[in-house]
Every structure is written in structure tokens, then in C-alpha cells.
Design a protein around this ligand. Sequence first.
Ligand code: 13P
Length: 287
Amino acid sequence: MLVSAKEMLTKAKAGKYAVGQFNINNLEWTKAILQTAEELKSPVILGVSEGAGKYMCGYKTVVGMVNGMLEEMGITVPVALHLDHGSYEGAKKCIEAGFSSVMFDGSHYPIEENIAKTKELVETCNKLGLSLEAEVGAIGGEEDGVVGGGEVADPKECKMIADLGITMLAAGIGNIHGKYPANWPGLRFDTLEEIQKLTGTMPLVLHGGTGIPADMIKKAISLGVSKINVNTECQLAFAEATRKYIEAGKDLEGKGFDPRKLLADGTAAIKATVKEKMELFGSVGKA
Ligand code: 13P
């Protein structure tokens, strides 16, 4: 059964480790992440962006697939199904469809509007026992080939949003989605430290986990980060392994064109990436 991310993140914050959110794109992705979490006895959060939700034929399809897998695969570790960077409408749809956790990303609104909308969702989520992530300070990333630097959140605004009763808070600390440019100055630990001081026990979320060096990840965890999002790194690993399979001509040997064979190396590469991250985040054996 799907669970809210609250308990796993409260434990992670207290135990100074982080739970990974791995974004899913299809059945192979979901299966690979769930298998790895079960093998490593790690709690896990499955992230679904609005685009990925649409690609997988809507949120109800996603809920059906994930619930089916939890049962058929005999998954015993805590699993949360979480909307990633949701709009207000998207969050409502996911709540109706049966997600156990949602993110409302109001970081692009003026702070008053972000507060008002987040507050409404806090009420709904609390009533239903779902976890809610809010965001302050937009996380940058590559858009149309232009790489924008990540914003740095205002710690006072972070406190205002945290005090609304959300479960976890994503704050921009110079992190961005996708690959980091060569001249990236790194995470703003000074800001993270201030946010952590003001928000106390609130689990903090680090987006853009792809390509952040291990020492920075460890330092972020020591400063209160207890959820780390990874997406692009699994996509790169999947694409590379699949490309190698085809370049080696394996799809032309025997029944190598069978999708169950064609996608096997890519799926194994996702598993290896997720394992590496869970070990780095310290969530292994914490289920
Ligand atoms: P990356 O794609 O950079 O790993 O970021 C994932 C993320 O933050 C999803 O919200």
C-alpha cells in the first residue's frame, strides 16, 4: 500500500540521511526503482511530473500501475507516489486519482499567492493523510537550450511557507534540474544553514540531484536535507545502456528485438543508478 512521505522523511531528518525521489516514466522505470528499494530495504518516493503523468496516460493509470506492482512484486518497504512540481490543478487531480503525496510548486507566484494556494492544499492533504511539498525560490534548469542559474530562496519566506503545516520544503539553493554547467558555483550552504535554523525539524528537499558531487550531497544532508530528487541521471544511464545494446547489434541477434530484451540493459542501468544514490543518501536498510 502506498504511504504518505511524512513518516519516512521525519525518520530521515532525525537519522541524518535522505530518502531518494526517483522520477518514473514508464513500467520499466517503476519496476527498476521498486526492485532496488526492496533489495536494499530502503524507503523510496516515486516522482511523477505532470508531463510524465500525461505520457503514462494520466494519473489514474499511474496509480493503477504502481498499486498493482506493490502487490504483485510483494513490496514491503514504504513507497510514496508523489506529484513532482505540480500546479494547483494538477495537485488536486493527483489527490483524486490516489497519489499518496503531492508537490505544489508555487515558487513562480508572488509569495502571498504561493502562501494562499499552499495553505488550501495543506488543509486538503491533512484531511486525507497525504504529504505535501511546497517550494520557495524556483529551481532553474535547461529550457530551450538556455541554462539558467538556480534561484536562492529567501530564508524568511521559507519559514512562512514551512509554518503553514506542509510536510517538506523545497528551497532553491543554487541547484538546477538537468546537467550542471562547467562553471556552476555549487550549492549555497550558507543559505541552506539559515533555512534549516529557521525551519527546525522540517525535512528539506534538494531538487536537481543529478550531477551534484557526493561531498556536496553529504554536506546538504548534514544541514537538514532529507529528500533528494533524481531524474536526469536515470534517463542518461538508461539511454547509454540502450544505445550500447543497439550499437553492438544485439537487437539483430536472435530475438534481441523483443522489447523485454531490448530494454533489459537500460532497465539494469536504472537499477544501478538508484542503488548508487540510495547508498550515497544513506537510506539503505532504513525501511
Ligand atoms: P534532475 O533531473 O536534475 O535529477 O532533477 C530532478 C528533480 O529535481 C525533479 O524534481
